[in-house]
Design a protein around this ligand. Structure first.
Ligand code: GAP
Length: 515
């Protein structure tokens, strides 16, 4: 069912100009996507929501835009040259390559799903008197699955901590994990594979040196820490935000725009006094979850997940996971990165990257709490939450289905469609008059083709919160019909009031004020 919905979302994205496969006329490039005319609008709106939440609402956060190419030593210092690896395993029959850790995590998730199934069954059976905690403590099948989860988690954590690739393989063998494509259990050894793309800088071959396409935007912030701190006269705690492209030679590049080889990140590094990082880590976890929840989708679809294995730079890390149509997966990471990055850059660049604390009268290297969310994953989260196939009762005993994207109004690619009932009698002119007043604040569409019902459906399918219909009476009484996407309710309003009605719903302020 979920798989089916996911396929529909992918098809819908293409059909309505949200997302296209890159270089499609050449049969596409794997795990690379282009955003179409509506996708680009939605993406820009998400970026604006994030940017304003960070930079506008926090007087101690500023934004930058650093280059994709950086000095190669940056990646040596950051640890990416030596440690930005994935443990990979190949299936000998299907010739497909997988991340060993992902295979194991999926197996663990299967045990969890079995528990959830038992709980759901029991909840139905016992009704209001159901006590989940008690049930989980006593039910034999739940306990057996929990035991399995504990054992696999322990082995997995230990293998990751010790970088023990043989043990990772052994877990896959012991749990009889099969290749999702061939169903076979014929696996190779597990090997490490660096995810950075490299290229050459300089046109003369002798001068050429290897540089990397950045795998995260964060390093552009770290190397500019002192520039921003000094020129912006920033005092701790303060943050630097950035939105930009990142590149990873992902192996398990499936699931549409969930895992891409070229993607965008929205990252913020928050520089704090050493010792205060845990308190800020908790604060940013809460603030970031609030940002997601303000979109108005069901809170049940989000959860925190603490990392089993900390990255080489972190002393605490948590993900905000979202229940995508293919299960709960990482949407955003919040990491306490200590002073690792700034220290490393000090060491490799031989330049001091310190902060003078007036109150303490001493210099130190700040600690950093990072929030890092994928723009494309946020886009997919919004599509998955918004996509609905609604069965509508037509009143005559018949039903109809409408496909609607219930995108939060402030993020919708098109805010209002202006529709003359017929394309004659002065109605198009009146409609364009309205469009010409609304277009300065809102992305509008004008549509005069097909029946009004069909035009409403087209706008539902792209998530337009408002349709305005201009009819013959409008010419006389200066009133129009405004139709609301989610309720399909129609309201007769004065043309002079339209701007206010729309603004009350679509203004980004509505989201920002909840934060
Ligand atoms: N600077 C820290 C960092 O890059 P990460 O957990 O590797 O941490 C942060 O990535 C976020 O970037 C993820 O939560 C995800 O939303 C997004 N992301 C990472 N790899 C991605 C990929 N291949 N395709 C799309 N989004 C990705």
């Amino acid at each position: 069912m979920a798989d089916d919905t996911f396929k529909k979302i992918i098809a819908h994205s293409k059909e309505y100009g949200f997302i296209f496969q890159s270089s499609e006329i050449y049969d596409g490039l794997s795990a690379v996507y282009d955003y179409g005319q509506l996708g680009a609008e939605l993406k820009n709106n998400i970026k604006r929501y994030w940017w304003e939440a960070m930079v506008k609402l926090n007087e101690n956060i500023v934004g930058i835009d650093s280059a994709i190419f950086m000095h190669p030593t940056v990646w040596k210092a950051s640890g990416h040259v030596d440690a930005f690896n994935d443990p990979l395993i190949d299936n000998k029959d299907s010739k497909k390559r997988y991340r060993a850790d992902v295979l194991i995590e999926e197996q663990r998730e299967k045990f969890q799903q079995k528990i959830e199934k038992e709980v759901k069954k029991a909840a139905k059976r016992f009704g209001d008197s159901f006590d989940r905690a008690e049930f989980e403590r006593t039910n034999q099948r739940v306990l057996a699955n929990q035991e399995k989860i504990n054992i696999i988690t322990n082995r997995f954590q230990t293998a990751l901590e010790n970088n023990d690739l043989d043990e990772l393989r052994q877990i896959i063998i012991d749990y009889e994990i099969a290749c999702p494509v061939s169903g076979s259990r014929n696996w190779t050894e597990v090997r490490q594979f660096n995810l950075m793309f490299d290229t050459k800088l300089g046109s003369v071959s002798g001068d050429a040196s290897t540089i990397y396409l950045r795998p995260e935007t964060a390093q552009g912030i770290f190397v500019n820490y002192l520039n921003v701190q000094k020129t912006g006269r920033m005092r701790l705690p303060f943050g630097i935000a950035q939105i930009g492209k990142a590149f990873r030679n992902e192996i398990v590049a499936r699931q549409f725009i969930f895992r891409m080889r070229e993607f965008e990140q929205m990252e913020m590094q928050f520089f704090v006094k050493p010792g205060e990082e845990m308190q800020w880590f908790e604060t940013w976890k809460e603030k970031r979850l609030k940002w997601h929840l303000a979109l108005g989708f069901s809170a049940d679809k989000y959860r925190f997940h603490d990392h089993d294995k900390l990255a080489h730079y972190a002393n605490a890390a948590a993900d905000i996971e979202f229940e995508f149509p293919f299960g709960f997966k990482e949407l955003e990471g919040i990491h306490s990165r200590t002073d690792f990055d700034l220290n490393q850059h000090q060491e490799y660049s031989k330049k001091k990257l310190q902060y003078f604390d007036n109150e303490e009268g001493k210099n130190y290297v700040p600690y950093v709490v990072e929030t890092s969310v994928g723009l494309d994953r946020t886009f997919l989260m919004i599509l998955a939450n918004s996509f609905e196939e609604e069965v509508i009762d037509k009143g005559d005993g018949k039903t109809d289905t409408r496909t609607v994207l219930k995108i939060p109004a402030a993020l919708a690619p098109v805010k209002v469609a202006i529709l003359p009932l017929v394309k004659k009698d002065g109605l198009p002119e009146k409609a364009r008059e309205i469009l010409n007043t609304l277009k300065f604040d809102n992305n509008c569409q004008y549509d005069e083709k097909d029946s009004i019902g069909k035009r409403y459906r087209r706008q539902d399918a792209i998530g337009t919160p408002f349709c305005i219909t201009v009819d013959h009476d409008s010419l006389i009484d200066n009133m129009v019909t405004i139709r609301h996407r989610d309720t399909m309710k129609q309201q007769r309003v004065n043309i002079a009031d339209i701007e206010k009605i729309i603004d009350e719903k679509v203004n980004m302020k509505n989201l920002l004020k909840q934060l």
